[in-house]
Write a protein that binds this ligand. Structure first.
Ligand SMILES: Nc1ncnc2c1ncn2[C@@H]1O[C@H](COP(=O)(O)OP(=O)(O)OP(=O)(O)O)[C@@H](O)[C@H]1O
Ligand SMILES: [Mg+2]
Length: 451
């Protein structure tokens, strides 16, 4: 897979900048180039870069200083320094100060490509496993986005970028994929983290109370308005408002919402006084809003207003590598909560988890693990302890959507292993390969097998 990284080049030499831009753009990356350290730091203050290529010898702020600042601002930044001939000492010094690697001048486009490729891999690896551990506040339940698929790595990068800005975000994805978790993470990583994160669940809003819930009302403004109240927008002021299930509100409410978002001000029901807002809007839906627009159920102008930065979370069945790590994560979580004796998931059960299509996505997986723990009598959660509809997906190799040959091979091996209860000799025989090849493939595809 090639990953399109966001790269910044800081070099005072025009021809160097042009050369880097040309080579790296050809490799499919997005490049920006500036001529000195001050401009570079300005850029990194506004936007997050996966890799930064920095010339050490520049007029203005010395390169070594720039490196120091870059690393202080973002300890995860991956910086490649460019050094002149015979300045190996400064290269060593730069490495000590946290540069990822150095590239001595002059260098060929191939050398540049290859060092950047390694740097990008390093950046992605850093995001593997536990991508974002969010524990800014001890009291806040720390919830991480778990996963090691490319999809999750990309999602994490996007979240970090989005968090640094105040842009309006629309999160899309099937039920249970983690839309709310992503919205919370964006908030917690943003400058607004100390301010409230307020959720509006449009699925449960009563139409007649919509305005009052969102904007508040003054005492006596309608029957039952006994006190002056603050609506969700006012409560979220300075922070983030998360508008969940956005497709569930009527066209009428959509117009009201559009106006508030555009004008960034509200007035309470029963009052004409305007309250100024400073709010980041994140909305989420599991519906296809373009389809809703076509059917006349969703306002196109609101859609474009909300969808400034689209964040799509792919369904779990399209990132099956995340299943074992999520399963083990939930297992640990429940064990800790319920102070149970140590349990693990048998290899056979794990393979089955990996094959299932998970229509309810991560939430369904989490529930399955919780039930498995309760059902399981020993210390190992076996296939029989898992109570979802296991027969369904195992019989059909999924040919829809994306699927490389390698993925098909992996699915086939898992299916046959399951058929023979993990018996390797029988599996190899059935597949027409020898045991050694099977073992290699099991390792290559990281298939779970009883030790
Ligand atoms: N990548 C992940 N890592 C860890 N936990 C996750 C991940 N994705 C989802 N979860 C967990 O799965 C559950 C469902 O997630 P969440 O409520 O965010 O989904 P959703 O997309 O908002 O669902 P719905 O469409 O039903 O509202 C939560 O308990 C959440 O913490
Ligand atoms: Mg949700």
């Amino acid at each position: 897979m090639s990953f399109s990284a966001n790269i910044l080049v800081i070099d005072d030499e025009e021809s160097m900048r042009a050369g880097c831009v040309q080579t790296l753009e050809q490799d499919g990356h997005r490049i920006q180039a500036v001529e000195d350290g001050r401009k570079g730091l300005e850029k990194t203050g506004k936007e997050s870069f996966d890799v930064i290529i920095l010339d050490l010898k520049m007029p203005g702020i010395p390169g070594m200083e720039v490196l120091k600042k870059l690393r202080e601002d973002d300890p995860n930044s991956v910086v490649i320094v460019i050094t002149g001939y015979a300045t190996i000492d400064s290269a060593v010094e730069a490495m000590k100060r946290g540069a990822y690697d150095f590239l001595p001048k002059p260098f060929t486009p191939e050398e540049l490509s290859s060092i950047v490729k390694r740097a990008v891999d390093c950046r992605l690896r850093a995001l593997e496993d536990v991508c974002i551990a969010v524990a800014l506040d001890e009291k806040m339940i720390s919830k991480a986005i778990i996963g090691k698929s490319d999809e999750i790595a990309k999602l994490s990068l996007l979240i970090k970028k989005v968090a640094a800005s105040s842009s309006t975000v629309l999160i899309t994805g099937e039920t249970g994929v983690g839309k709310e978790l992503v919205a919370q993470t964006i908030h917690r990583l943003s400058k607004r983290r100390e301010k409230p994160f307020v959720t509006v669940d449009c699925g449960s809003l009563v139409e007649t109370l919509f305005e009052s819930e969102l904007f508040g009302h003054t005492k006596g403004s309608f029957t039952g308005a006994l006190e002056t109240t603050r609506g969700k927008f006012e409560l979220a002021n300075g922070g983030t408002i998360f508008i969940d299930e956005i497709a569930n509100i009527s066209i009428n409410m959509q117009s009201r919402l559009l106006r508030v978002i555009e004008e960034q001000e509200i007035s309470k029901v029963g009052s004409s006084e305007k309250i100024k807002l400073d709010i980041r809007v994140i909305s989420a839906t599991n519906k296809d809003l373009l389809m809703e627009i076509e059917k006349g159920r969703f306002r196109e102008d609101l859609y474009y207003r909300l969808n400034v930065v689209p964040v799509n979370i792919p369904p779990l069945r399209e990132r099956r590598q995340d299943i074992p790590i999520l399963a083990n994560y939930f297992l640990k979580e429940f064990i800790k909560q319920q102070k149970m004796t140590v349990k693990r998931i048998s290899a056979e059960a794990m393979r089955s988890l990996e094959m299932y299509d998970w229509p309810g996505n991560v939430r369904e997986l989490r529930n399955a693990i919780e039930r498995g723990i309760v059902t399981c009598e020993g210390k190992v959660i076996e296939l029989d302890d898992l109570s979802y509809n296991k027969s369904m997906p195992q019989n059909n190799i999924n040919l829809s959507g994306k699927g490389s040959l390698a993925e098909l091979e992996r699915e086939k091996i898992i299916k046959v292993l399951n058929q023979f209860n993990g018996h390797k000799t029988k599996t190899a025989e059935y597949l027409g390969i020898n045991r050694k090849t099977l073992r290699q493939k099991i390792r290559k595809h990281r298939i779970h097998i009883e030790p």
